[in-house]
Design a protein around this ligand. Sequence first.
Ligand code: ADP
Ligand code: ASP
Ligand code: MG
Length: 473
Amino acid sequence: MTLVMKFGGTSVGSAAAMRETADLILQARDTWGQVAVVASAMGSKPVKVTDLLLRGAQTAFMGDSETYQRLAAQLWEIHYEAIDGLLSPEGERQIVLAEIERFVERFTSLCGAVRVLGELTPRALDAISGMGEQMSIRILAAYLRELGYDSEAIDATEMILTDGNFQNATPNMVATRERTAARLLPLLDDDAIPVITGFIGATADGVTTTLGRGGSDYSAAIVGQALEADEVWIWTDVDGVMSADPRLVPNAVSIPTLSFREVSELAYYGAKVIHAKTMRPCVESGIPLRIKNTFNPTHPGTVIEEDRSSQPNGALKAVTAIKGVSMITVEGKGMIGVPGIAARTFGAVARLDVSVLLISQASSEQSICFIVTEPAAAAVVRGLEDEFADELRRHDIERIWSREDIAIMTIVGAGLQTTYGIAGRVFSALGDHQVNVIAIAQGSTECGISVIVSGDDVGRAVEHVHDLIVAGE
Ligand code: ADP
Ligand code: ASP
Ligand code: MG
């Protein structure tokens, strides 16, 4: 039996956390036989190594020659402390320290180049931000060896072949599956424990790419699919997927089971506990996913699998929110009955390479409303004004505008959209607490309803919808 275990930033965030993690790996190996490990960059809150790397690159780009040097020292300290706590001087300590030193030097010289050139390409950002995983896996694998187990640190650049869409690269799954299986299966057959970088891949030319922030979960699912694993377990710092972000809603509860669709909807609409793309390889290959807490391992966490219940009961299960988005509205009486306005609107947005998070259905054809991230809003309005210059002149379209400081709140539960009365209960809870609903939309699957509210209202909205969940409504 094969298990893929992914450990997030906090699970490898310190020597103590790596010790817990190693225990969990070794216990799982006793039970499952073959275990492949995927790890994130070290991420003891509040300092996440990936954030630190990105900040170094960005400050260098602004011409700042001091911050990245200070961050390099911090990078060294974080990794040094972990190595110091885990690896003995008689063992591989010096070797691993030298490897980390090389990465820190590379970070410094790349940031130096960014500063001198005054240019920060997505490609350079990926080279820099992907180094966190490359460092953490080397420490974890060396520690497993120190404990007497055969383990190898593997950069996913050898296995995950992607396109050149830096920062959000898409894997070529066929080639990736082949390469990953060819690289890992012999190791697993030899009883070794591969420890693989999450987050990164490489183009056919071997240039490092990243799969998007939080992408290590996705890496684990890709590895799971390639190995035809029996299960993929995501180890994090909370007891599985919860009814709301426990940092924002203190009485959030862990949800024992969820379907792939429910979790996809939650992840897409902001629940950071799992990367939205993780579910796809697992769905395709029917691999159950489990989310567990490294710091509370006896808690069962959440099991995610295909929804087998033929009669979803429409219970509310979780609520999530995305803040910092803008609502774009294209409005005008002359739009009624004119074919192609929607196609032209979304065509223009797509040409700007901006993704639309949500489209809200208007009750008439007089307006089209959709949500984009706040930084993209101004460019979208300009792009649409160009596209509809003639219509604006003729007043067929009267106004194209963006409303800032908007939030999307999404409520998730199988059968939600088709269960009588649920939406009513949600809207009366919002109304009772003076939350003004700007627009609504059905989520991307039938198990979610999204509500657009102002940024000022979203905290209250989440809290009161969560009260309905806790009350079992
Ligand atoms: P990791 O580094 O382990 O991948 P992340 O920080 O990416 O960890 O994800 C875990 C965090 O996700 C939790 O600490 C929690 O604050 C946040 N989170 C947001 N929404 C939820 C939710 N619905 N259930 C659980 N955690 C959530
Ligand atoms: N380290 C990466 C990030 O912070 C990937 C991950 O943690 O999943 O985005
Ligand atoms: Mg994560």
